[in-house]
Design a protein around this ligand. Structure first.
Ligand code: CO8
Length: 258
């Protein structure tokens, strides 16, 4: 039995963490199941992924506390490496990933959504890094990504003081792009994924790579990355069709990912 479900809808893939009895907490099996699902996606066909949690209460309530409670230093480090490797894989997938945060996004849950390109939230979403209250640090990227997503001082407060933030504050900090009533969250994520899927897939991929690769390097290196990625779009069928359609004042044909 897998704790992660996958559904393909046209060119959109929906991944659901499905361990509702533990509020979708991430134990080793959930991480393995999530990696297996991510690896099995056909990236030639699927143009955008949505990642969400099952139920209406929780996206992911963190790493599984029961599983790691008795870990040694070495086991703790190994678990952090396992989660970080997977989250980095998600962050660097060739196509965009939208996190539809449908409730608790605590600890590893906050970290998982931060490894996605875009976060949308339900109005009951709660974000936080409660780890220091458990005697540990965030270990699935939280000490690094939170301060890259929101102001550093606020990230430090959230981590040192275990201050959780509700959806409206997450919106005002830019941690999420939009907040919806619970029942509107997934339709909104699918609508946005559909808009992304309509655009030239090679261009979207190159744009994602350019932004991901450029964000942590100096501006000269970042601009060089952009030039490289921009050049890669030319001589593609979709670039030729997109530009020809503009010049001929017509709608472009559906992009082919070629
Ligand atoms: N791990 C394991 N089980 C969990 C977790 C979790 N993170 N969260 C919830 N559960 C389980 C509960 O134990 C409970 O199980 P049971 O019914 O068998 O007792 C079930 O889910 C339902 O939970 P509650 O009854 O507690 O539900 P409430 O609505 O009362 O409370 C909360 C919801 C507030 C979300 C509460 O469950 C809670 O505080 N959960 C823990 C949140 C947390 O601290 N998360 C951070 C975990 S640490 C982490 O993520 C570190 C990431 C980096 C790891 C690095 C590796 C070394």
């Amino acid at each position: 039995m897998s704790f992660v479900k996958y559904e393909a809808k046209d060119q959109i893939g929906i991944i659901t963490i499905d361990r509702p009895n533990a509020l979708n907490a991430l134990n080793s099996q959930v991480l393995d199941d999530l990696e297996a699902v991510v690896d099995a996606v056909d990236y030639d066909v699927v143009r955008c992924l949505i990642l969400t949690g099952s139920g209406e209460k929780s996206f992911v309530a963190g790493a599984d506390i029961a599983e790691m409670a008795e870990d040694s230093k070495a086991e703790g480090k190994a678990f952090a490496e396992k989660g970080n490797k997977l989250f980095r894989k998600i962050e660097t997938l060739p196509i965009p990933v939208i996190a539809a945060v449908n409730g608790f996004a605590l600890g590893g849950g906050c970290e998982l959504c931060m490894s996605c390109d875009i976060r949308l939230a339900s109005d009951n979403a709660l974000f936080g890094q409660p780890e220091t209250g458990l005697g540990i640090t965030p270990g699935f990227g939280g000490t690094q990504r939170l301060m890259r997503r929101i102001p550093v001082g606020k990230a430090k407060e959230m981590i040192y003081a275990c201050t959780n933030i509700k959806a409206p504050e997450a919106l005002s900090l830019g941690l999420v792009n939009a907040v919806y009533p619970q029942e509107e969250l997934l339709p909104a994520a699918e609508k946005l994924a559909g808009k992304i899927a309509k655009n030239a897939p090679i261009a979207v991929r190159q744009a994602k790579a350019a932004m991901n690769e450029g964000i942590d390097v100096d501006m000269d290196a970042a601009i060089a990355i952009e030039c490289e990625r921009f050049g890669e779009c030319f001589e593609t069928a979709d670039q030729k069709e997109g530009m020809a359609a503009f010049l001929e004042k017509r709608k472009h044909e559906p992009f082919q990912n070629k």
